[in-house]
Write a protein that binds this ligand. Structure first.
Ligand SMILES: *[C@@H]1O[C@H](CO)[C@@H](O)[C@H](O)[C@H]1NC(C)=O
Ligand SMILES: *[C@@H]1O[C@H](CO)[C@@H](O)[C@H](O)[C@H]1NC(C)=O
Ligand SMILES: *[C@@H]1O[C@H](CO)[C@@H](O)[C@H](O)[C@H]1NC(C)=O
Length: 392
């Protein structure tokens, strides 16, 4: 069965936040499509070592596992019914269960989830850290109408602090650099630069300063600089997620109308159109770089019998987040969206599986003529140019 009407084409759901003239709207949106056989993915947890030694995570609410919990911001989800399907309950994850990055970590063979930078008590930082922050974006100001968020630039400086600690642990920056080149990195960002910035003219001037094409260009340039900074901190195996189809999320439709979905997504697509050459240029200019683009529109969901229009939890009007303490739908697998912007765990599983397969260059050398798994260290001048860096 599965008529085309039941297929959502689209986007990676992203987390974003809106301040509208009438109030504040929190937005997270993921765009993707699943097929029915990926909908119920069985994850094997084994005692084996992970396929890579470490996994570092950057991004927005699609990846945030608790970094905003203690910040003065409205972009939080550390209350029920979030986490209803998560073993630890509400943690600051914007979904019922696991995030895409949690599932990628499991598929890579990690036994626990990658801990948030904001709470590293007892954590082994050599296995990786999650820096992602809900409502944040590539631009420093994106999402700031919600309160404090941790922008990509700030996430990178947090990573630099961790890298310095790893260099201390390993007794030399070159050893740390070699080690960091074996880690996997994912970056899921960009949508809040639209939802919490460009599409919010009441708060941000960007849509008056830039045409959609100009904004896509400046955003891509800034993103490219950030990814080069990540490279300069030793990263080689970096999966960059494209921005999502934010126009089809329930909260965006509630706010702008279903007829606006396509034009909103067309503006975001101008940014996505830059990503293949952005990633290609990084790989050709940076020695040993293995950046890949995860194009979320490659994923498709067979939503037969699944509710794509409504949210699983009752949402706060104009905010899109779950009403605190509300009762969610009884079967989360019957919904694409948990809240107004964020997908349910079952959708996240489908996304994660596709991303993991596309990341096989990072962990499967035999499929790439022995190339996978090998990385060259960053030139030391790149390291040394970072302000305040000291390996000891
Ligand atoms: C949306 O578009 C359809 C088809 O063009 C049109 O019939 C409908 O009136 C529009 N709805 C709104 C709310 O503008
Ligand atoms: C929940 O929904 C899914 C998808 O429709 C279905 O396969 C599953 O059997 C349902 N679970 C329960 C407990 O009803
Ligand atoms: C690695 O690649 C080889 C060759 O394509 C394939 O047979 C194997 O299943 C892959 N292993 C993993 C873990 O993906």
């Amino acid at each position: 069965m599965g008529g085309r009407d039941n297929v959502v084409h689209g986007a990676l759901v992203y987390c974003m936040i809106f301040l509208l003239s009438i109030g504040i709207v929190f937005v997270g949106f993921l765009g993707l499509l699943l097929s029915s056989d990926t909908f119920h993915l069985h994850l094997q947890v084994t005692d084996k070592e992970p396929q890579v030694p470490c996994y570092f995570i950057f991004g927005d609410s699609l990846a945030d596992d608790g970094n905003n919990n203690d910040l003065p911001t409205l972009a939080k989800s550390n209350y029920p019914p979030y986490g209803v399907d998560f073993p630890e309950g509400p943690t600051g994850r914007f979904t019922d269960g696991r995030l895409i990055v949690d599932i990628i970590a499991q598929l890579l063979g990690f036994h626990g989830f990658i801990p948030p930078f904001a709470n590293l008590k007892g954590a082994d930082i050599l296995k990786g850290v999650n820096y992602a922050s809900a409502a944040s974006g590539i631009r420093d100001e994106s999402g700031s109408q919600m309160g404090q968020v941790i922008s990509m630039n700030k996430q990178l400086s947090n990573h630099f602090a961790i890298v310095s600690r790893i260099a201390q642990i390993m007794k030399s920056y070159s050893a740390a650099n070699r080690y960091l080149g074996k880690c996997v990195y994912t970056v899921i960002t960009g949508n809040n630069d639209y939802i919490n910035n460009y599409f919010m003219p009441e708060v941000y001037p960007t849509s008056r300063i830039y045409t959609p094409q100009q904004f896509a260009d400046v955003l891509a340039k800034e993103y490219s600089d950030q990814l080069q900074t990540l490279y300069s901190f030793g990263a080689r195996k970096v999966a960059v997620f494209s921005a999502g189809q934010i126009g089809i999320t329930p909260e965006m439709i509630a706010r702008f109308g279903a007829n606006s979905s396509a034009s909103i997504d067309a503006v975001v697509q101008l940014f996505n159109d830059q990503l293949p050459s952005l990633v290609g240029n990084l790989n050709s200019q940076l020695s040993g770089a293995e950046f890949i683009l995860i194009d979320t529109s490659d994923v498709s969901i067979d939503t037969d019998g699944v509710n794509v229009a409504d949210t699983c939890c009752p949402t706060v009007p104009e905010l899109g987040t779950c009403v605190p303490g509300s009762v969610p739908c009884s079967n989360r697998s019957e919904y694409v969206f948990f809240d107004g912007f964020h997908t349910t765990e079952v959708v996240n599983e489908a996304y994660a599986k596709v991303a993991y397969e596309e990341m096989s260059l990072f962990y499967n050398a035999s499929a790439y003529g022995g190339v996978g798994g090998i990385s060259r260290p960053a030139p030391s001048w790149l390291w040394n140019q970072r302000v305040g860096y000291s390996p000891y």
